[in-house]
Design a protein around this ligand. Structure first.
Ligand SMILES: [Zn+2]
Length: 214
């Protein structure tokens, strides 16, 4: 019986000890942030942001433009929020028509002055299959405008204070060893690719990538 108790005790120690070490490491590594914690200031700015020439409302954090994820649905993107996993996913939808937001107010305050604060959110933003920095601006999920870089080319006009994103045309590509066809900007592509039409890709037996959804 004594032996049995000893074994039990040893087993107990073995199960508890590594867990404890792991837990301690986790605590020290993780940033101490709670939902609603203030992260910094949103500044008044004269910078205006555009996607394919259409203006999109933006904010300014650390002298970088920030857009609301929900607004992107009006500019050729699909935005899906999963309540359970708390993940917001942004993907390009080439079939979607632009319905740009109208009557966007220009800044009337002194540029660089504090407008309000932005706060931490536990919602994860996934853009083109990759997690990007996100924050809560007045109860809405926001990302840096530059996080949309996979989808097109940025142009900055310092004189007019305009930041413009021109979206890439959709091109279908396949790789030598892959089984999926992709949009050319898909981040899962690891090899050289070549352009094909969607029809060619299907005839060759490729199926649509689940990440870029071509
Ligand atoms: Zn893909």
């Amino acid at each position: 019986m004594k032996k049995l108790r000893l074994i039990f005790l040893l087993l107990l120690i073995m199960t508890i000890l590594p867990l404890n070490i792991f837990a301690l490491q986790n605590v020290s590594d993780a940033p101490v942030r709670n939902i609603g914690d203030v992260l910094g200031n949103v500044l008044h700015s004269n910078v205006r942001t555009y996607i394919n020439g259409e203006r999109i409302p933006s904010y300014n954090i650390n002298h970088r433009s920030v857009v609301l994820i929900s607004d992107l649905a009006n500019y050729g993107f699909d935005v899906v929020f999963d309540e359970e996993t708390r993940i917001a996913t942004v993907t390009r939808n080439y079939a979607k028509e632009f319905t740009p937001i109208e009557n966007i107010a220009d800044n009337t305050e002194r540029p660089g002055s504090v407008a309000f604060q932005y706060v931490y959110t536990d919602i994860i933003a996934i853009v083109n299959g990759v997690e990007v920095e996100s924050f809560n601006i007045r109860g809405r999920l926001a990302i840096f405008f530059s996080s949309l870089g996979d989808f097109g080319t940025f142009r900055w006009n310092g004189e007019t204070q305009q930041s413009m994103l021109t979206l890439n045309e959709a091109r279908i590509v396949v790789t030598p060893t892959g089984i999926r066809y992709h949009f050319h900007f898909c981040h899962t592509i690891r090899e050289n690719w070549r352009y094909v039409t969607r029809e060619e890709a299907r005839e060759l037996g490729f199926t649509a990538c689940l990440v870029c959804e071509p």
